[in-house]
Design a protein. Structure first.
Length: 485
């Protein structure tokens, strides 16, 4: 986030900003917060300030800023205390505010190759992450996940203890048929099975000079009981709940024993169930029905990305739940590029790159980093409620995407109240800064932020809409405001 000293009175402690009293020197907890911000989405530490009961800040001042800054740089560059220094001189700034000196430290989000950022020379007990409640110790499972994510070869591991007989050749031949007919004259369509599997990264030579499955090959084509030799937490689960009086109306999971249980077969079995139950808009082109609509393409993309970006070493597995109005996709693992970059698009960093290659070869998925922006565009064009994208960063990290097929309520034009409201610069800047930090603001949040009456807050927000500064999304109690695009 970008700190602005002019907005100091409007800041509140949250996921990306924290105040610390530094009258007695550098607080010990600064390093826990440094680790937490670096391992999550970055943030700002304000030294010489305190948090009030309502979450806002008040300055408490610093006696000797030069000494404190010198101590800070000495410690952060000490590898015995902090595993890595991510900061430059421009990230530490001194301000004079309300006759108090404060120090503002901007901490960037660490690149995945540098995570985990830890303290006290203890990777398992000194690694932290950030949630809305503050800094929390990462579990060994989370630390191991970050260590796995450092590698560019997450799914190319050669599994020397397993042979090619661990793979399901019925799945492989189904894949090869799709590969052959997706485009004419494919380069590898006439290769033997082993040569073909080696070309797509499903098998490799091991140290014994024999062919063995790779992690990606086992996940994509393996038999479920063999997959669990390497991935003991592996589990795929699709649930259809079309009748609320029944626990589920249909279920497909990888441990049923009546099918292979691998990713390739799961993908097509689930996709066919999704499009069967989803009321996809009817489209015509040139007098002919178009069966492959943008909604179909988005469903394929989201389903593939759920499988490609999962951390299969983490418990609870893949879960896809479909009801009459929505589909919820869950996968273990956090968002590698971060939620904000994912929404923005333009940067692709799949957790399992070989799996992505395998899906790409049969024309499923893409590597342009445009999947989520395209999803948002299609859902908006179709008039569906906005998709919900979130992640949970507690003991077992998970990513969630919920697609609703409910139509958005028709928006009524927002009219400013006839009574004029003083949309003074400070109030407007406060709201804009809040949206910059949190992406959206509700009427309640604006009311609490500005300490205004409900009717006054509504008029102020309506005026900002008319002035072209913000725009409203949603209706009535669900209405939120975002920056005007």
């Amino acid at each position: 986030m970008q700190f602005d000293i002019k907005m100091f009175d409007n800041y509140k402690e949250g996921n990306r900003i924290e105040a610390k009293n530094a009258k007695g020197g550098l607080p010990h907890s600064i390093w826990e917060t440094y680790s937490a911000f670096a391992n999550t989405y970055g943030g700002v530490i304000i030294l010489g300030a305190e948090e009030l009961k309502d979450g806002s800040f008040i300055t408490s001042g610093i006696k000797n800023a030069d000494k404190l800054i010198k101590d800070f740089w000495n410690i952060i560059n000490n590898i015995s205390k902090v595993s890595i220094n991510l900061l430059t001189e421009n990230d530490v700034n001194v301000y004079d505010y309300n006759n108090d000196v404060i120090i503002v430290i901007n901490i960037p989000m660490a690149k995945r190759e540098l995570k985990p950022v830890y303290i006290d020379n203890n990777i398992f007990n000194g690694t932290y992450k950030r949630n809305n409640e503050g800094d929390f110790h990462c579990t060994p499972l989370q630390v191991k996940s970050m260590l796995r994510d450092q590698s560019e070869e997450s799914d190319t591991k050669v599994l020397d203890k397993l042979g090619i007989d661990s793979l399901n050749f019925e799945s492989i031949h189904g894949y090869r048929n799709r590969y052959k007919y997706s485009k004419e004259g494919r380069a590898w369509e006439d290769l033997s099975d082993n040569d073909f599997l080696e070309m797509i990264g499903a098998i490799k030579l091991g140290e014994d000079n024999k062919l063995h499955p790779t992690s990606a090959g086992l996940l994509m084509f393996g038999n479920e009981y063999k997959i669990m030799y390497e991935f003991v937490e592996y589990f795929l689960d699709y649930r259809e709940v079309l009748d609320s009086s029944i626990r589920w109306t249909d279920r497909l999971h990888s441990q049923s024993g009546d099918w292979s249980g691998n990713l390739y077969d799961f993908y097509f079995r689930v996709y066919n169930k999704l499009i069967k139950n989803v009321k996809v808009p009817f489209k015509m082109e040139g007098g002919f029905r178009v069966d492959d609509t943008p909604v179909h393409k988005v469903l394929r993309e989201v389903l593939a990305n759920t499988l490609i970006n999962a951390d299969y070493y983490v418990p609870r597995g893949i879960v896809i739940i479909q009801d009459n109005d929505s589909i919820r996709f869950e996968n273990p693992g956090s968002i590698r590029v971060g939620k904000y970059q994912m929404l923005k698009g333009g940067e692709s960093d799949p957790r399992n790159k070989t799996l992505m290659k395998m899906f790409n070869l049969i024309d499923i998925g893409e590597r342009a980093g445009s999947g989520i922006p395209q999803l948002l565009k299609v859902w908006n064009d179709e008039g569906f409620e906005e998709p919900v994208i979130d992640e949970r960063l507690d003991d077992v990290e998970r990513t969630f995407i919920t697609l609703s097929f409910k139509k958005k309520a028709d928006k009524k034009p927002i009219k400013a109240d006839k009574k004029p409201i003083k949309a003074d610069k400070e109030r407007v800047e406060s709201i804009l800064e809040y949206i910059n930090q949190n992406e959206t603001i509700t009427n309640k949040e604006a009311r609490e932020l500005l300490n205004l009456a409900d009717s006054t807050t509504k008029r102020l927000l309506a005026q900002m809409v008319l002035d072209g500064l913000i725009e409203a999304i949603g209706e009535n109690k669900n209405r939120k405001y975002i920056l005007k695009k």
